[in-house]
Write a protein that binds this ligand. Structure first.
Ligand code: GDP
Ligand code: IMO
Ligand code: MG
Length: 431
């Protein structure tokens, strides 16, 4: 039983990629189980930055077997670019390092076109999606029309037949409802035929079996979540969410394994909060505070380069994430960004219509009316990036962390103090 699920505890971009990269040095497998190329996971190693969208964040470690499992929506051409970029940078030298489930659903440009057309039409009421076609691709899967990755390797005519059937409704919507020019399915088919040779080395018919065998042999498997708890399609801030289940249970369904394989759920959270896209955000900070966090924290999306909205750490939301995911360990990221502030705030409750509440209200209308109640802490000025031991942190930073730990009732086992791989304080070993 050595499976560890790593989930985002907030609205994504918590630093999951960095955590997976660090612990990959002790891991045997890293598995992506949901989401698609809406994810942007940043790794900073030896002065070089790598941003991954579909490929698991263990890929920089040649000994790690990376798996994209069936819960993921596979943007075929974005994947090809990602593979090419990694190879050019000297990674993925051994093609066996990456396995892709033949049961993952393929995502094409027409999904992106529909995603963007909907957002455009919604105007100010849009969700603020990444435009990567995630909603339409999952809809196709759920409605049982999707082309699975394994279908790519069918004979030419069968592939075309399936492609026409799968795309029919989206093309109808694009042409007749959104009045747009529909993409040519013939040219997509031609492109897909050419993609086969590039992707064939990575196909696998039963990745769930591979993972099961690895776990039975006592191998260390990391399950890499994408997005974050509050973007979960069922438990998040609906409708301002993504189209997959992002909570820890999704690792089981997306990768295809039983719950008893999971030893630990490690959540990743920033020491403050960010959100890309629209939707309620009770602890969103004032414009001046926002400017500080956005600039110092370089809060721009790794996938879309959009500005991330910033706010203070929200313990009400984190407690909700702990309950939903069964989190038993926390990685607290970007502590260095708070250095320099006179006061650091933490949201401990919400006020709603004159009432004080401590439970996260998931309904959009209720959450939109919540106002954050803050506890304030004295800040610290020191540069933290070289600190590797908890005891060497400034006293006020330690007090702030102790308070969070006591409130959440789970250990903060990892504290990140900079974007680079080695800028981390490990208080206890993960495996
Ligand atoms: P992910 O989607 O959860 O993997 O996170 P992203 O990569 O989208 O965003 C996290 C950003 O924060 C990236 O630019 C990371 O390089 C950066 N980052 C991660 N941890 C730290 C940290 O402790 N300090 C600072 N300054 N940056 C960090
Ligand atoms: P990682 O894995 C942050 C957000 C979008 C939008 C909503 C729906 O890097 O943490 P979608 O394109 O999924 O239909 O958009 O979800 N979103 C993310 N925000 N990090 C992500 O991934 C995200 N993936 C989607 O901004 O609000
Ligand atoms: Mg990201």
């Amino acid at each position: 039983m050595s499976g560890i699920v790593v989930v985002g505890a907030q609205w994504g971009d918590e630093g999951k990629g960095k955590i997976i990269d660090i612990f990959s040095s002790h891991a045997d497998y890293v598995v992506r189980y949901q989401g698609g190329a809406n994810a942007g996971h940043t790794l900073n190693v030896s002065g070089k930055q790598t941003i991954l969208h579909l490929i698991p964040s263990g890929i920089l470690h040649p000994h790690v077997q990376c798996i994209i499992s069936s819960g993921v929506v596979l943007d075929v051409f974005s994947l090809i670019d990602e593979i090419a970029n990694l190879k050019q940078a000297g990674y993925l030298k051994n093609k066996n390092q990456l396995l892709i489930s033949e049961s993952s659903a393929m995502l094409f440009d027409y999904h992106k076109q529909l995603d963007q057309a909907r957002e455009h039409q919604a105007g100010s009421k849009k969700i603020g999606t990444t435009g990567r076609g995630i909603g339409p691709a999952y809809e196709e899967r759920i409605s049982r029309r999707a082309l699975l990755f394994g279908d790519l390797f069918l004979d030419d005519e069968k592939l075309k037949e399936k492609l026409i059937k799968a795309s029919k409704e989206v093309l109808f919507l694009l042409t007749h409802y959104y009045k747009q020019e529909a993409p040519s399915i013939d040219s997509l088919w031609e492109k897909l035929k050419k993609a086969r040779d590039t992707l064939a080395p990575y196909r696998h018919s039963n990745t769930s079996l591979i993972i099961d065998q690895a776990l039975k042999e006592g191998k260390k498997v990391l399950f890499e979540g994408a997005q974050g708890t509050l973007l979960d399609i069922f438990q998040g801030t609906y409708p301002y969410v993504t189209s997959s289940a992002t909570t820890a249970g999704s690792a089981l369904t997306g990768a295809g394994l039983g719950w008893s394989n999971i030893k630990k759920v490690l959540a990743v959270s920033k020491t403050y909060t960010t959100r890309v896209g629209h939707g309620p955000f009770p602890s969103e900070c004032t414009p001046e505070e926002q400017l500080y966090l956005e600039e110092k924290g370089q809060e721009r999306g790794a996938t879309t380069n959009r500005r991330r909205r910033c706010g203070w750490l929200d313990l009400v939301a984190l407690k909700y994430a702990i309950r939903l995911n069964g989190i038993n360990s926390l990685a607290l990221m970007k502590l260095d960004i708070l250095s320099g502030l006179d006061t650091v705030k933490v949201c401990t409750a919400y006020n709603i219509n004159g009432r004080r509440i401590h439970e996260y209200p998931v309904h959009f209308e209720q959450l939109s009316q919540c106002q954050a109640v803050y506890k304030e802490f004295p800040g610290w000025k020191q540069d933290l990036s070289r600190i590797v031991s908890f005891d060497d942190l400034p006293l006020t930073a330690r007090q702030y962390i102790h308070f969070i730990e006591e409130e959440l009732k789970i250990p903060i086992d990892i504290i990140s103090v900079g974007p680079n791989r080695e800028e981390v304080i490990e208080r206890s070993s993960l495996f």
